[in-house]
Design a protein around this ligand. Structure first.
Ligand code: ZN
Length: 198
């Protein structure tokens, strides 16, 4: 099922996600719906906050990205990133590794807005899967960037918070407009439904 994606200005995007204590059918269904929603929107990642649920849950799929390489080690083993997608991360603990690099990012909650963001080149992640198993991930390149972007969402942090101040200032009128439209609850003539409980 495809869910509505919350846009900038919705307070749920600023909420820190609650840890998921029990991985049951409800969480599995939510994760499946988030994957469907991410694919339908041609996104590479989606956090639970973006569909109105402040939980420690994010989904990723970088397999359609050809021009920005990624590497992945899953439980210590070199893995083709494409073969591991879509990736569901529950209660992820993310550690930043290596140097930083600047790269362009967008966000499904900020239509048509992109910006250069400085991120660590690599990350290590410990997370739970939908089966409740603990996985260890070492990622670099684009996947590491996507994981950091989604990890930020789970803590109520948005990519505009990490933009250089001049870049953010240049976007300020567009951001204000988007915020206003969201607050009015009107985007593309549809009503945004925000549900904050689970
Ligand atoms: Zn985002």
């Amino acid at each position: 099922m495809i869910l509505p994606i919350l846009q900038y200005g919705d307070p749920v995007l600023r909420a820190k996600g609650k840890p998921i204590e029990a991985i049951g059918d409800r969480i599995r269904e939510l994760a499946e719906n988030m994957i469907d929603t991410m694919h339908a929107a041609h996104g590479v990642g989606l956090a639970a906050q973006q569909i109105g649920k402040p939980l420690q849950l994010t989904v990723l799929d970088v397999s359609a990205v050809e021009d920005r390489p990624s590497t992945l080690k899953l439980d210590g083993k070199d893995t083709d990133p494409k073969a591991a997608m879509p990736l569901v991360l529950i209660n992820p603990e993310i550690e930043l590794r290596g140097e930083t690099e600047v790269g362009i990012e967008g966000c499904l909650s900020f239509p048509e807005i992109t910006g250069d963001i400085e991120r660590a080149q690599s990350v290590t992640v410990r997370a739970q899967t939908l089966e409740g198993e603990i996985i260890q991930i070492e990622a670099s390149g684009f996947l590491a960037r996507a994981i950091q972007h989604e990890g930020d969402h789970l803590n109520g942090i948005l990519f505009i918070d990490r933009m250089r101040s001049a870049a953010k200032a240049a976007l300020s009128s567009r951001l204000r407009r988007l915020q206003k439209e969201t607050k009015r609850g009107i985007r593309h003539g549809e009503e945004l439904v925000t549900e904050t409980t689970l």
